[in-house]
Design a protein around this ligand. Structure first.
Ligand SMILES: CC(C)(COP(=O)(O)OP(=O)(O)OC[C@H]1O[C@@H](n2cnc3c(N)ncnc32)[C@H](O)[C@@H]1OP(=O)(O)O)[C@@H](O)C(=O)NCCC(=O)NCCS
Length: 213
C-alpha cells in the first residue's frame, strides 16, 4: 500500500502480521526490554521491514535505534521513516543523495476519537474537510488530516531537529490522492511539503518524500 504513494527512489517494505522470526539487535532489545508486548511487536516488525528495505538498497543489517525525540537512527547516507498501527507496520528508506527526507504514517481508516479533530486542526482546515466530506463521503478526512500531519512531522524533524505543532502547518487535500502542507513555523527549510495519500483495506496512509534541498 505505502509503496504506491512513494517515488521510485524510496524502498518501502510493509507487513500486515508480525513474523515470528523477526529478530532484534541486542541494543534494540535493550530499548524495549521493559515495554508491553504490543510495543515489542510493533517495534520489532517495523525494524524487520526496515532491514529488508535497507538490504534492497544494498546495505547490511544494522540496529535502528530511537534517537533524538524518538526519530529513528538510520545508517549514514540513508533517510527513512517507520510507522505502525493495529494490523500494519511499514518502513521506507532512500539514499540521502537522492532525497532529503521521507515521512510515512498509517492509521486505521476510521473517524478520529471525539475531541481529537479540534486539537489537531487549524480553523481554516475545518471547512475544507467539510467540503471534502460532501464530495467524497467514503473517506474519513479527519483521520487523514491527522495521518498526514504525522507524516509532515516525521519528514520535518530529521531535517530541522525541531518540534512542529499541529497548528504549525495547514493542509489541503485533493480527493485524487495528493496533499500539500504549507509550513507556518518560523525558519522553515520548506515553504510547503507535498505528499500523497491512499486508503485501502481498513487503513489510510500518507507519505512525503523531499528532494535534496
Ligand atoms: C512521533 C509521532 C509523529 C509518531 O506518530 P504515531 O502516529 O504516533 O506513531 P507511528 O507508529 O506512525 O510512528 C512511530 C514511529 O515514528 C518515528 N518517530 C518517532 N519520533 C520521531 C521524530 N521525532 N521524527 C521522525 N520520526 C519519528 C519512529 O520510527 C516511531 O517508531 P519506533 O518508535 O518504533 O521507532 C507522534 O507520536 C507525535 O509525537 N506527533 C506530534 C507532532 C506532530 O505530529 N506534529 C504535527 C505537525 S503538522
Amino acid at each position: 500500500m505505502i509503496e504506491r504513494i512513494l517515488p521510485a527512489a524510496v524502498i518501502a517494505v510493509e507487513a500486515y502480521e508480525d513474523p515470528p522470526d523477526a529478530a532484534l539487535f541486542p541494543e534494540e532489545e535493550q530499548v524495549i526490554a521493559k515495554s508491553v508486548e504490543k510495543r515489542r511487536r510493533e517495534f520489532t516488525t517495523a525494524r524487520h521491514c526496515a532491514r529488508q528495505a535497507l538490504a534492497r538498497l544494498g546495505l547490511p543489517p544494522a540496529p535502528i535505534l530511537p534517537g533524538e525525540r524518538g526519530a529513528p537512527g538510520w545508517p549514514d547516507g540513508v533517510v527513512g521513516s517507520m510507522t505502525h498501527c493495529d494490523g500494519y507496520r511499514a518502513a521506507a528508506v532512500a539514499r540521502s543523495r537522492e532525497l532529503a527526507s521521507v515521512g510515512i504514517d498509517a492509521e486505521p481508516h476510521a473517524p478520529l476519537p471525539g475531541g481529537v479533530l479540534d486539537a489537531i486542526a487549524r480553523e481554516e482546515e475545518l471547512p475544507h474537510l467539510d467540503e471534502l466530506r460532501r464530495a467524497s463521503p467514503g473517506v474519513h478526512w479527519d483521520r487523514l488530516l491527522f495521518c498526514a500531519k504525522e507524516a509532515v512531522y516525521k519528514t520535518w524533524f530529521p531535517v530541522t531537529h525541531r518540534w512542529l505543532g499541529f497548528e504549525d502547518a495547514t493542509l489541503t487535500f485533493d480527493p485524487g490522492g495528493t496533499f500539500r502542507a504549507r509550513l507556518l513555523a518560523r525558519d522553515t527549510p520548506f515553504a510547503a511539503l507535498d505528499g500523497r495519500w491512499t486508503a485501502d483495506g481498513g487503513l489510510i496512509a500518507a507519505a512525503i518524500a523531499v528532494k535534496p534541498l
